[in-house]
Design a protein around this ligand. Structure first.
Ligand code: ADP
Ligand code: ADP
Ligand code: MG
Length: 671
């Protein structure tokens, strides 16, 4: 087992976003030279700016860049690096990649290729766990993949069951089945998805655990036979089987169960000679305190920072030490967990639309003060449709759980991400929900806590609209002329100088809808009326950070609107003066009448289902788009005739681009 120690002096990170930037940070501290790789979509991405050198590896599509092993190995050779860190996702759990790195003479910063291969199969991992005496979720993980065998297995396990892709990851390739009638169709779906996403259609079947809590143990091994655990994390708050909030220690976990989890994880690690950072995932019925092994992730986990905050250790540093053949810096009894840590993942998604991915450009980013913020984006970053929606993580520590949770909520509130929608406001509501603060969340938390779906606080949205309407009345030049001329000083800005009382009507459209705002000015005071509610805007100035009363907000003007954010909620508003045309009050609202089918997101048009002149009925699919890995079908919402088609299949379109016109009908989107 013992290997020679060969220090790592340069590292290429085969990844992007926050994790690439995170790994570079540790490398810099350790005096290790860093090399970034990037696709054409990431030429000016944040992670590229954080490395000593950067190499282009291909076009935007991940399979042609971040998943292209040849391109990455070529880059590593060109920069003559010692080692390659795969981050998470992409090639991090690809055994071929680990092997090829070694063959090409690069240290793979992760476990040996053989361990990656064995644990990459959920089927084999469960068999290894069983052999090691680790309880696994009751189910079928045999070689016989015939539909008859699988169907019979599901019946003997007892419904409801979960069909899972053996090679699956990132919450994909899973199907819940509630009874025998639905089994065959679900199996076909799961196999097809597994084949398409992972190139391997084998599945396993598991009993669906009720009231599931996701609890995992951080393991760490080196190549000298040392193996320790770094305690557990609770990652029960999930959407689409993917984590959003992660914390340590797990709340309401019996000490005996906690110890048993550590023991089981160490047994599993020893059984395979685990030699790097890895996570053993368990699922547990909240009422039963009996965890079952789910899978092992042979990589650094997205949520590793919570473990770092309670232990004071740098897990990337440990990975580098282990990969270079060194010994883990601490023994088990020297590793302590102090206080409580919790992380929230901020993604570019619409929590109000079932977590549909969003794209756009960040006009301005105000990071939280005094809290760890691992971000892959900065002011000016473009969030496109090609990669995962994770933007940044906020991680807070407290002496106890309540303190850590509230510190995190406050930190997210103080963060302003201007330019595109993120799940920030949802995360704040989730953190302050009584079920979460009580430590009682299961993986069903979001559905239970936000019945009918989460929506942003309407008063907060109204306030942002009022501010946007007011700012839209300021001459744009003023904001840039700060200080140069007393008349243009942003803090002195008042609509029309307010010499006479005035009232201005502004229509504001944003991602959450539209509102009619009335801005009223009279000597010395400014206020807005939105949805019948008066909002005092007397303290608002043109500064990027300003206040409505005591409440701070940030704003930024883009080509496409005014972004305004406050307490973690942000909108991109499109304010328009409402000028009533005499005799025809509706004339200027043409675009809103629904004759135009527009792209709801930036992406690629994948199909146009209709031709000019073709009659369509309400509900007919007229076009299809792909954006952020999801397919969106655009349908007509009323009967009509296709008048014109503006985009063809294959075209890349911006959000709001007209795709086709229907003589009468309205856009509706079906995910
Ligand atoms: P963690 O358990 O570390 O929180 P997640 O399951 O949330 O990890 O996945 C981390 C990232 O890696 C996500 O961006 C996810 O989409 C991606 N990912 C995880 N497993 C795979 C896989 N097998 N193939 C492709 N992407 C994956
Ligand atoms: P992935 O490789 O995609 O991370 P996992 O097997 O780790 O797949 O499962 C991801 C999530 O799916 C879990 O955290 C849990 O929320 C849910 N899940 C998985 N297996 C079960 C099960 N048997 N019963 C209930 N929920 C499950
Ligand atoms: Mg998992």
């Amino acid at each position: 087992m013992e290997r020679s120690f060969s220090p790592i002096r340069s590292v290429l990170v085969a990844n992007r976003g926050e994790i690439a930037a995170r790994i570079f940070r540790t490398c810099r501290r350790l005096g290790i030279r860093t090399v970034a790789v990037y696709s054409d979509a990431d030429a000016s991405a944040h992670h590229v700016s954080q490395a000593d050198a950067a190499v282009r590896i291909g076009p935007p599509a991940a399979r042609d860049s971040y998943l292209d092993m040849d391109a990455i190995l070529l880059a590593a050779r060109a920069e003559a690096v010692d080692a390659i860190h795969p981050g998470y996702g992409f090639l991090s759990e690809n055994a071929d990649f680990a092997r090829r790195c070694g063959e090409a003479g690069f240290v793979f910063i992760g476990p040996s290729a053989d361990i990656v291969r064995r644990m990459g199969s959920k089927i084999e991992a469960k068999r290894i766990a069983e052999t090691a005496g680790v309880p696994t979720v009751p189910g079928y993980h045999g070689d016989d993949q015939s539909p008859e065998t699988l169907r019979a297995a599901a019946s003997s396990i007892g419904y409801p069951v979960l069909i899972k892709a053996s090679a699956g990851g990132g919450g994909r390739g899973m199907r819940r089945v509630d009874g025998p009638a639905g089994f065959d169709a679900a199996l076909k779906d799961a196999q097809a998805e597994a084949h398409a996403a992972f190139g391997d259609s084998s599945v396993l079947i598991e009993k669906l655990v009720q009231n599931p809590r996701h609890i995992e143990v951080q393991l760490f091994g080196d190549r000298r036979g040392n193996l320790v655990h770094l305690f557990e994390r609770d990652c029960s708050v999930q959407r689409n089987n993917q984590k959003l909030l992660e914390e340590t220690p797990a709340p309401h976990l019996d000490d005996a169960v906690r110890e048993a989890l550590y023991e089981a994880s160490l047994r599993l690690g020893r059984a395979i000679g685990y030699d790097s950072a890895g996570t053993v995932e368990f699922i547990m019925d909240a009422h039963e305190q009996a965890p079952y092994f789910l899978e092992m992730n042979t990589r650094l986990q997205v949520e590793h920072p919570v473990t770092e905050l309670v232990t004071g250790l740098d897990l990337v540093e440990w990975q580098i030490i282990a990969a270079s053949g060194g010994a883990l810096p601490l023994a088990q009894d020297e590793i302590r967990s102090r206080g409580h840590a919790i992380e929230a993942r901020i993604t570019a998604e619409r929590a109000d639309l079932g977590f549909q991915p969003a794209t756009g450009t960040f006009l301005r980013i105000v990071p939280p003060a005094g809290t760890r913020f691992d971000a892959g984006v900065v002011t000016g970053s473009v969030v496109g449709p090609h990669y995962d929606s994770l933007l940044a993580k906020v991680i807070a520590h407290g002496s106890d759980r309540a303190g850590a949770v509230e510190r995190l909520a406050t930190a997210i509130e103080s963060t302003s991400l201007l330019g595109l929608p993120t799940i920030q406001p949802f995360l704040i509501d989730a953190l302050r929900h009584p079920v979460f603060t009580a430590g009682s969340a299961t993986t069903g938390f979001i559905a239970q806590a936000f019945e009918g779906g989460w929506t942003p606080d309407q008063e907060s949205v109204a306030l942002l609209r009022a501010v946007a309407a007011y700012l839209s009345l300021a001459p744009e030049r003023d904001a840039r002329a700060e200080g140069s001329n007393p008349w243009h000083r942003p803090t002195g800005y008042r609509v029309m100088g307010a010499a006479h009382p005035a009232s201005i009507a502004v229509d504001v459209a944003d991602e959450y809808g539209t509102a009619a705002v009335e801005v009223r000015v009279s000597r010395g005071s400014v206020w807005a009326i939105v949805d019948g509610v008066e909002i005092d805007l007397g303290t608002v100035s043109l500064l990027e950070r300003s206040h409505v009363g005591e409440r701070p907000f940030d704003h930024s003007r883009g080509e496409d609107g005014i972004a305004v954010a406050s307490n973690g909620l942000s909108i991109v508003a499109h304010p328009r003066l409402r000028i009533e045309a005499a005799g025809d009050a509706s004339a200027e609202h043409d675009v809103g009448s629904g004759n135009v089918i527009v792209a709801p997101l930036p992406g690629v048009v994948t199909a146009i289902f209709v031709e000019p002149g073709q009659p369509v009925s309400k509900g007919d699919a007229v076009a299809q788009m792909e954006a952020m890995k999801l397919v969106h079908t655009l349908t007509a919402q009323a009967d009509g005739v296709v008048a014109a088609i503006h985009a063809s299949a294959g075209a890349t379109v911006v959000s709001g681009a007209a795709i086709l016109d229907i003589t009468s009908g309205e856009l509706r989107e079906v995910a």
